[in-house]
Design a protein around this ligand. Structure first.
Ligand code: HEM
Length: 459
């Protein structure tokens, strides 16, 4: 049969096994599998994973097409259904007009002036946490993966919910870890037993869920008792006191039900601390191998922040090198390493088509390590993000740690500010020494975690 120039082409199908397709290879070693495919230089490939047809795009242009230009053709993929089991119908998992309304309501809490006001809280929480770290034995390795989970949880609770979690920290932290672990298991496992079956895993899940819920409902009830006039201007207060005039005929007359408040709070609680914590642990891992970068960070921190134990929030407006270090760390280890969308209708891209019903995959991990855009991509080099550096010459979607389009991370500026504060305050107090026997590699779960907790000597 003759093929005309305009006839659609078949997207290259990645060879796999009968029935299960590429599932085994993908779950055994997703990063190498995807990098091997990237090296074959196709515009996109067709994988069969977990019984679904998945179309992985490689270029910044096609990533932008899916996330931004043609976003209306895409919904949340089935992977988000799994997240719903503990996040409910919050900002990350909801869709359509309902999502648009919730996003509009939450957005003001993340505006620049609001964030500037949160900086002082972040600084104070960080200073207290550093004091605690200083009391531990300075010659022994510290599990920084856990330490950052603790501090980022404190920061998100204090800044967004006005609450101190110190007393409940370890319980909440392990409950969230259980929920995260279970969601991962369900994401990768071909056999998903119904959640109401009393298996040991399901019982652990229920206990963890109840613990997180009772914490969040406790916060909500406390606020409701205060009445509308006394809500404060943190996110929880804003969400509680909202009377949404435009959407006055929304179920519940525009006010959010307790269940909806719970879903939004758990989403922000989970999305707002784990990603930042994982990324900070990776950053310290990189810094143990780059004392020159630490020296430059320390010089900047010293000259901008001076010697005050609790620096003023204004000083944090100008830590350009700390920002570059954070950006480069997010390039090498983007916590949201892959994003998936469900194609609602056929989507022609060049001579190919992503068919309706398939999943489209956009992969920041691959985009960030693509040698055609990033020279010597495996090398840690914060100067890529310096003024005039390579980043400025690239397509904006060559670097996507916070996603893109309308579903761009709502907390991106919050996270960048928090990470700069943590970094600048840590280098003033510690030297970062590696634990020589430690072999760390990335383990791509829902977020890109290290294969084991990262240990660093904070000398
Ligand atoms: C280094 C830290 C962070 C990274 C790498 C990160 C990454 C991302 C990415 C890639 C998305 C888009 C997912 C998609 O399109 O499928 C996202 C969404 C989201 N993030 Fe973040 N995030 C971080 C920190 C935060 C923080 C601090 C908060 C809140 C305080 C937050 C709250 C959210 C929420 C609510 C969404 C869903 C937004 C929507 O769909 O409207 N994130 N994040």
């Amino acid at each position: 049969m003759e093929t005309t120039a305009s006839a659609p082409l078949t997207v290259p199908l990645v060879p796999g096994l009968p029935l299960i397709g590429n599932t085994l290879a993908f779950f055994r070693d997703p990063l190498s599998t995807l990098q091997t495919l990237q090296r074959q230089q196709n515009r996109m490939v067709h994988l069969r994973i977990g019984g679904r047809h998945q179309y992985l795009v490689f270029s910044p242009e096609d990533s932008k097409h899916i996330l931004q230009e043609n976003h209306r053709n895409y919904g949340r993929s089935p992977a988000f259904q799994v997240l719903k089991i503990f996040l409910g119908n919050g900002l990350l998992t909801s869709e359509g007009d309902f999502w648009r309304r919730q996003r509009r309501l939450a957005q003001p809490a993340f505006h620049r002036q609001k964030l500037a006001a949160l900086a002082q809280t972040m600084i104070t929480e960080t200073a207290n946490w550093i004091d605690e770290l200083k009391q531990s034995n300075r010659t022994q390795p510290v599990n920084v993966s856990q330490a950052f989970m603790d501090v980022t949880m404190r920061i998100v609770c204090k800044t967004l919910f006005g609450s101190d979690v110190a007393a409940q920290l370890s319980g909440l932290s392990s409950a969230l870890d259980t929920l995260n672990y279970m969601a991962n298991e369900r994401l990768v496992s071909p056999l998903r037993l119904p959640l109401h079956w009393p298996t040991p895993g399901n019982l652990r899940f229920r206990r963890a869920s109840t613990q997180v819920d009772s914490f969040i409902y406790g916060l909500i009830n406390q606020r409701r008792k205060n009445g509308n006039a006394d809500q404060g201007d943190d996110l929880l207060g804003m969400l509680i006191s909202i009377e949404d005039e435009e959407m006055g005929d929304w179920p519940g007359s525009g006010r959010m039900s307790d269940q909806q408040l719970r879903d939004e709070c758990v989403t922000l609680f989970a999305a707002g601390h784990e990603t930042t914590a994982v990324s900070m642990a990776w950053t310290l891992h990189l810094l143990t191998q780059h004392p020159d970068v630490v020296a430059q960070l320390r010089a900047e921190s010293q000259s901008v922040l001076g010697d005050a134990k609790i620096p003023s929030a204004d000083a944090f407006r100008a830590l350009p090198y700390a920002l570059q270090v954070v950006q480069e760390s997010l390039r090498l280890y983007p916590p949201a390493w892959i994003m998936s969308r469900l194609a609602l209708g056929d989507d022609p891209i060049g001579s190919y088509t992503i068919p309706a019903g398939a999943t489209a995959l956009v992969c920041p991990y691959l985009l960030h390590r693509d040698p055609t855009n990033w020279p010597d991509p495996e090398r840690f080099d914060p100067d890529r993000f310096a003024p005039g550096g390579i980043k400025e010459q690239l397509h904006p979607y060559a670097y996507l740690p916070f996603g893109g389009g309308p579903r761009l991370c709502i907390g991106n500026q919050f996270a960048l500010m928090e990470m700069q504060i943590l970094l600048a305050m840590m280098v003033r107090n510690f030297d970062f020494q590696p634990v020589p026997s430690q072999r760390i590699s990335p383990k791509p779960l829902i977020t890109l975690r290290p294969n084991k907790p990262i240990q660093v000597v904070l000398a």
